[in-house]
Design a protein around this ligand. Sequence first.
Ligand code: FNR
Length: 375
Amino acid sequence: MNFPILFSPLKVGPYQLAHRVAMAPLTRMRAARPSLAPRPLNADYYAQRATPGGLLIAEASPVMATGFGNPGVPGIWSEQQVEGWRKVVDAVHAKGGIIFLQLWHVGRVSHSSFQPGGALPVAPSAVAISSEFKAMTWDGKVAAYEMPRALETDEIAGIVAAFRQAAKNALAAGFDGVEIHGANGYLLEQFLQSRSNQRTDRYGGSIENRARLLLEVVQAAIEVWGASRVGVRLSPYGVANDSGEPDPMPLYTHVVNALGPLGLAYLHFIEPRSSGAGRAEVNWQNVPSAMVLFRPIWQGVLIAAGGFSGEAAEAAIADGHADAVAFGRIFISNPDLPRRLQHGFPLTPYNRATFYGGEEAGYTDYPVYDELAPA
Ligand code: FNR
């Protein structure tokens, strides 16, 4: 047996994990359209990856119609979407798995073709994503990002309320907890970071003000779930979707210190050595490690993600930098990833072409190890 520490139990909130191989949240764009409700295919996919006492973090799911910017991603704002998610959760629970839902608002990482009434996407400030990045349209075409519309101060309570309602919807769907998506250049990170947040009200300017929306959203989720069933995902050194704080340390030190006393289920860091959205291989050299930098000021459970192998995960936990590791791309192509890592079985490589959208191919048709023909 490999990796004795990775395959040792861990308490996360009220849950006793049997091992520390978590599934990272992964957008796969295969919900029903136009309802954006999960369908039986999605339940099969998650059930394939469920293990007794294993944590799955379900893909980012917009909390409201304005928070949506990729074709075919599942929502968590309508009754139909809740019904669809309930079937996913039931299938995971039937295998003894634990499943959190990642709650998402994309902010400016959208296009008017997704927005109610064809309006402009909303953001902290009217600062467009650089033309080096391309938007996707509702029908899957590539387009330039538009100039977003800055949210009015009195609209922000509505964003918090949408996260609160989505947290309630996730509870109604039977999830075991929620993860707030504060990473990868989406709305909450747009508020955190100074390049995208140029507001002059109480949600902009100082670090305290820029962190306010994230903390209000986390508080709203806690009111629904209790803190021990709420996680937060951050990417302090990420560069996804034109994000990036010039000096991340003071900002994220404030955020981690503010989250510390709340008693959250976990804090989840994306290591900068992988690209946020997984669209390209990125091999960052000499960039700081988020888990290494912030572990000293975070006493709770810390999940790390981004470019981990079994060896690297075992080492990160053994060295005390993390308590669990979330795997993304290799969990896509290895539905039985925990078993393969534990037994040292070879991994099936992933096919990037089938990450986003489509049907079974590249989604539910990756074999488990026992189905592979002997070499
Ligand atoms: C992602 N990632 C991601 N992150 C997130 O917070 N919410 C999401 O919904 C998604 N969606 C997503 C889709 C796809 C296809 C990829 C490849 C990635 C990032 C993901 O959770 C993870 O942080 C990265 O993939 C890095 O981990 P790996 O793949 O190197 O283990």
